[in-house]
Design a protein around this ligand. Structure first.
Ligand code: ADP
Ligand code: MG
Length: 909
């Protein structure tokens, strides 16, 4: 077990990186005592931060070390936009308790911590892992401390101080700790009281009574116990009154800081919870010899929980930075850096722990020695822009864990995600094709059906018409025959009559002439009927012909439809053929990808085994390696094989994807190249492989703003190196960047373009050409976008350019002409922004002004343009001493400025 014991601030040996099983197995006896008091709180699980293996005795010997957890804040809205193209700078691997700080896709540093809390970690989990073990040990009678350390805005207050009234799940550590404590104690015999104060510039102010703002720390000379007699100590009986008290404290903290014109990030807020418990069934025994009796006094356990919301860690580094006084910086520095020193001293088993160096460390004295259990939560943000700050915060946490060794794991490009992306595309294409095929078939079927219907109807119509015609004729025929028969019958009758009459009478002649007359009439009638019949037949025949014609026409139409159908069939076949070719292409692409990822895996395995034979085994076998630094001598070989991996597998294929047909793949590829270009060691290879040319080509050929933005970012990174700067210039980079700038709307694109040009501005050799090709004008054009990030890059470019110009004067002693910057009309903007509220912009412009002022030839324009006043202001008020001095010296040494100041009767000296 690599825990160690504190006694009087001196530690014994044995802190390891590897997490020991920090369960409270050995504290079972004290635990059972706690549980015997009645209600019991749930015990934290094995291995959590701060879970100290308690002592089995009630004396002050406890083992434990500062337990350190890291919590990553999710991206906030601003980071979602500004860092959209970039990966987070850290990656958490909670299952192996590791954290990687990414330098780029290929390279990262790995550290181990006691706990890693991802951006998804709930407040409850954070409490249970970080704070609960400490709270439990406070209930057992030990002192406990929970501290949050991290850059401003990374979630210290969120983690510790949230009240969670609007959302129970949002309750922070302070609220939950008190809940657990109140649930555990018995109100009749135990007591809880709290004080809440802040430490700002080595002054302690009571947050429950802000008028009380110069409180001193008292130390008991006998046992070194720290107390603050001047601070309000409030008895807490229920959760509601505690939350109310926190709210009041928070409001006072806010008000006090507003009054002091500072932010809460500059003060440390400290909540102290005093717990007093009587130990049931246990009494101290005093035998009185005179009475012979034994006196019994109940035993009371006193313990203290201290929760510290530290000032933003960025203050450690930035003494003398803008906006706060030197005194303030020193004081804030004092407490935080003293904290760091104490942690170092303890971690290194140093005999002397400098707790007396600051008020913060004096207050936390108990946390660093004797009987306290301490948990540190390190809060970090994901933004790659704060990589430096995040890295130094993490190093603080590492020192707190006493870890000097780090394992560097090399990483390679994530081909798998590209492959996944292609898979998704393939599936989309397949689905789309299937849909098209289906609609084709449906169309063909529809047309065929229609044609069939048409033919059937035509046939039916024809048959109907024929049938009707037939019936009509039959009917006519039957009628005519009937008529004929009637006529015939009538004739027969007449003839019969006549015979009778001939035999009976003599008027035969009359009768004969009569019958002859009627017969000829009948014949005429029959003839007429016959003619009619013939006419009707002819009409019927004509009708039949007509219908026949119609039928042939229908047949023709049907044939035409059949032709159409077969055409459509052909189209479908073509389509299917195209699909097959497409699928073949995709298959080739996929197999290439597979090949690439296989090779990458292979190479990584080779690298791993090459570096350390045992590392290739399971994770378990890997963990002990973390303790020991990798042998340095294998470094060169490692680098060589990285380079090989690059050439054989990665770069060319990635670069070839820059020209991919598919816009998504192009974007993906350019992002990968941009991420690679962010690492200096890759830049040369990218340029050698023609990456720079491809990126410039993309700027020229693409209309996509995302591509412009990412490509410009990559070019900006490549433009950090002199050789590349010349290459960019020689390939017409300036006019391409200018064009991109002119068309861009997204501030992030402009930021990248301005960054690239700003880098080029810092090259002494390229000054004239850069200007001639419109570089300065392009920079100036970008100030139309008022985004401070863009303006900062423009200002940086101008400062770089001015610096080169002034360097030329000082190194070559040339008699300098007027600055090209002034020639190109940047002076008004410079003067306007010389006191810009954003410090990066202001700093660059201040420097630019100092550089411009080096050349006497600029003096007249500068005086007329109002730059002299800015220089005077800088020389008096600039918070950065070096710039202030530079401005002062410049003013003193320029005859023109001196003359002007004298003319205006300004006493300057
Ligand atoms: P600090 O105290 O370190 O300066 P804050 O606690 O004030 O930082 O957090 C800064 C911002 O980030 C706040 O708006 C806060 O709500 C948010 N934030 C911090 N941590 C988280 C988290 N884990 N999840 C969601 N939002 C968070
Ligand atoms: Mg805060």
């Amino acid at each position: 077990m690599s825990s160690f014991s504190y006694r009087n601030g001196i530690t014994s040996k044995g802190v390891g990186v590897k997490l020991d099983n920090y369960s409270s197995k050995s504290s079972s006896s004290s635990k059972s005592k706690v549980q015997s008091t009645g209600s019991s709180i749930r015990r934290s699980s094995t291995g959590s931060v701060g879970g100290g293996g308690g002592s089995t005795k009630d004396d002050s010997t406890v083992s434990g070390r500062v337990r350190v957890a890291v919590r990553l804040r999710p991206r906030n809205a601003e980071e979602m936009v500004a860092d959209a193209d970039f990966a987070d700078c850290v990656e958490l691997q909670p299952e192996v308790k590791r954290l990687k700080i990414r330098k780029n896709n290929w390279d990262s540093d790995t550290y181990e911590f006691d706990e890693l809390l991802t951006e998804f970690a709930s407040q409850k989990r954070v409490y249970e892992v970080v704070a609960k073990p400490v709270v439990e040990s406070v209930l057992d009678g030990y002192n406990g401390t929970i501290m949050a350390y991290g850059q401003t805005g990374t979630g210290k207050t969120y983690t510790l101080g949230r009240l969670g009234e609007e959302d129970t799940a949002g309750r922070g550590i302070m609220v939950r700790a008190l809940e657990d404590i109140l649930a555990e104690i018995s109100p009749e015999t135990d007591a809880v009281s709290v004080s809440y104060f802040q430490l700002y510039m080595e002054t302690i102010q009571d947050l429950l009574d802000p008028a009380n703002d110069n409180i001193s720390i008292m130390e008991d000379p006998r046992n070194g116990d720290v107390s603050l007699p001047g601070v309000n100590l409030v008895d807490i009986r229920d959760q509601k009154s505690f939350v109310e008290l926190l709210r009041i404290g928070e409001a006072h903290r806010f008000a006090a800081n507003t009054k002091l014109n500072t932010e809460s990030s500059r003060s440390h807020a400290i909540l102290m919870v005093h717990v007093k418990r009587s130990v049931k069934g246990k009494h101290s025994s005093l035998s009185s010899e005179s009475t012979g009796k034994t006196l019994k006094a109940p035993i009371v356990r006193k313990s203290k929980l201290v929760i510290v919301d530290l000032a933003g860690s960025e203050r450690v580094e930035k003494s003398g930075s803008e906006g706060h006084t030197f005194e303030e910086a020193k004081s804030i520095n004092l407490s935080l850096s003293a904290l760091g020193k104490c942690i170092n001293a303890l971690a290194e088993n140093s005999a002397h722990v400098p707790v007396r160096d600051s008020k913060l460390t004096r207050l936390l004295r108990d946390s660093f020695g004797g009987t306290a259990r301490t948990s540190l939560i390190i809060t970090i943000g994901p933004s790659p822009r704060h990589r430096g700050e995040t890295a130094s915060t993490i190093m603080f946490g590492q020192r707190a864990m006493k870890v000097e060794n780090m394992l560097k794991i090399k990483e390679e490009f994530d081909y798998k995600s590209l492959s996944r992306k292609l898979d998704v595309q393939l599936d989309k294409l397949i689905a789309e094709h299937e849909r098209q095929q289906k609609s084709f078939q449906d169309e063909v079927e529809r047309i065929a059906l229609e044609a069939q219907k048409g033919v059937a109807e035509a046939e039916r119509n024809y048959a109907d018409a024929l049938e009707k015609e037939k019936l009509k004729y039959q009917k006519d025929y039957a009628e005519s025959i009937k008529k004929l028969e009637e006529q015939w019958a009538a004739k027969q009758e007449k003839h019969g009559h006549r015979k009778v009459k001939v035999g009976q009478a003599d008027d035969g002649i009359d009768q004969k002439s009569n019958s002859e007359l009627s017969t000829s009439g009948e014949v005429a009638e029959i003839k007429k009927t016959l003619q009619n019949e013939t006419l009707l037949r002819k009409a019927a025949e004509a009708e039949v012909n007509n219908l026949r014609n119609q039928l042939t026409q229908w047949k023709k139409a049907e044939a035409a439809r059949n032709d159409e159908i077969s055409n459509l069939h052909k189209l479908v076949e073509n389509e299917a053929h195209q699909k097959a070719t497409l699928e073949e292409e995709i298959a080739i692409l996929r197999s290439q990808l597979l090949q690439i990822s296989f090779e990458a895996d292979q190479t990584r395995r080779n690298l791993d085994t090459g570096r350390n034979g045992e590392l290739s085994g399971s994770l378990d076998s890997l963990i002990p390696q973390v303790k020991h630094q990798q042998p340095k001598d294998s470094g060169d070989g490692e680098k060589a094989s990285m380079a090989k991996l690059f050439e054989q597998v990665g770069l060319h294929k990635i670069l070839s994807l820059l020209e991919a047909e598919d816009a998504d793949i192009r974007i993906h590829a350019v992002k990968v190249v941009a991420n690679l270009a962010a690492e200096e060691s890759n830049q040369e290879k990218i340029v050698e492989a023609g990456g720079l040319t491809s990126l410039l080509t993309l700027l020229r050929s693409s209309n996509d703003e995302t591509i412009h933005r990412v490509a410009a970012g990559a070019i900006a990174n490549l433009a950090m190196n002199e050789i590349n700067q010349e290459l960019i210039m020689s390939q017409g980079g300036i006019s391409l960047l200018s064009l991109t700038a002119a068309n861009a709307e997204d501030p992030q694109t402009l930021r990248m373009v301005a960054g690239a040009i700003a880098n080029l501005c810092g090259n002494d050799k390229l000054q004239v050409k850069l200007r001639a090709e419109g570089g300065i004008r392009a920079l100036l054009g970008m100030v139309r976008c008022r985004h401070p990030d863009v303006l900062a890059q423009v200002a940086r470019g101008i400062a770089n350019f001015a610096k080169c110009e002034s360097r030329a004067i000082s190194t070559q002693g040339t008699k300098a002409g007027k600055s090209l910057l002034i020639e190109d009309g940047t002076l008004p903007w410079i003067v306007q922004n010389a006191n810009n509220e954003a410090s990066p912009i202001r700093r660059h412009i201040e420097l630019a002004l100092c550089h411009l002022a080096q050349a006497e030839a600029n003096a007249k324009d500068m005086i007329n343009g109002g730059a002299l006043w800015e220089l005077v202001r800088i020389s008096r008020d600039c918070s950065r001493e070096d710039i202030r001095t530079l401005a002062y010296r410049t003013l003193k040494s320029s005859p023109s400025f001196q003359a002007e100041l004298k003319r205006l009767r300004i006493d300057y000296g």
